[in-house]
Design a binder for this molecule. Sequence first.
Ligand code: PLP
Length: 401
Amino acid sequence: MAFINDNYLELQDSYLFSTIAKKVNEFVAEHPEKKLIRMGIGDVTRPLAPAVLAAMHTAVDEMGQKETFKGYGPEQGYDFLHQAVQSYYEQMGVSLETDEIFISDGAKSDVGNITDIFGNENIIMVPDPVYPVYVDTNIMSGREIIYLDSNANNDFLPLPPTDLEVIPDIIYLCSPNNPTGSVYNREQLTAWVKYALDHNSIILYDAAYECFIHDASLPRSIFEIEGAKECAIEFCSLSKTAGFTGTRCGYTVVPKSLKALNSDGDEIVLNKLWLRRQTTKFNGVPYIIQRGAAAVFTAEGQSQIKENIKYYMENARIIAAAMKAKGIEYYGGDNSPYIWLKCPNNMKSWDFFDYLLNEIAVVGTPGAGFGNNGEGFFRLTAFGDRNATIEAMERFKSLNF
Ligand code: PLP
């Protein structure tokens, strides 16, 4: 009989969203008359931009003509999309070569799959609370994980530790952060890059929410920081940027100057390893989708997606205003689509979940589901419909606490 990867048995069951769904279904069955407002799951609600649709329609037609039909494409993406992403980075002052950009079917896949090119002996550091994929994918390969406290004392923006007995080889950072909505400034990110360079660590930087940063002083890419190309890989996504959660497209930047050691102590270029990994195990993103993705980076596409981002950020403003009105401590919402609030009266995350559901039929996400430091906190998302967001916050303001 075959053997399993025992590490999978170490994974904690992901109860968060299934428990939310169960509680919500029970509530709806008991109170069919109540209008439920969902502000929990981080999916988007605005449709694809017209420029994206037009590009995909054209690409569909191309697939139907012998002269323009496309078969197997390059697994790492078409060059037209590499060039579009390259110009996007240029606007941030970051210069990349097109073969440093890998087109993916979204950030989750690459954030998880990148673990393939690193040895299992690496010590991994992840902030707590955190996007659960960083933790679970490393548990799957049996790596040691150390947690970095992200809490109210550091404004949910932990800086490099000074008191650790072990040095992390790989560090996950996410900014703007899911779930806390916090965003590293230039100085803080510079401290991380310096730490990584000083300790030969690699930063896996998740910038899936970079498009929500409108404060020009905040970095949207880690490569805006000097030295980052020697210590970081960046993951981006069109999911939240352009409503691609169902369409699926993202990109990962692996600089050619980034190296790590083999077991003989020789420096190996990671870009080459990732290319080898992707061309072996990944089929690439469909041509039609890549054409739609390229349209996101055109002037027309950018102006259309910015309207959607503005829409979500107005929702975030409405949620934040309600928190202020109720005197609730909260984080995020300025340059991110998440509001991370401290549950009133020292309530625990799940108690507050039940309270909001039962009192005002509003669904959020208990912070405890993202790690130990999430206990006592709660996440609301700005990805909902405007009227529903307004109504949810009116109901919230009517609560007695
Ligand atoms: N990274 C973070 C921090 C996220 O919150 C999410 C989705 O919620 C992802 C990555 C996944 O993005 P994608 O849809 O591109 O796979």
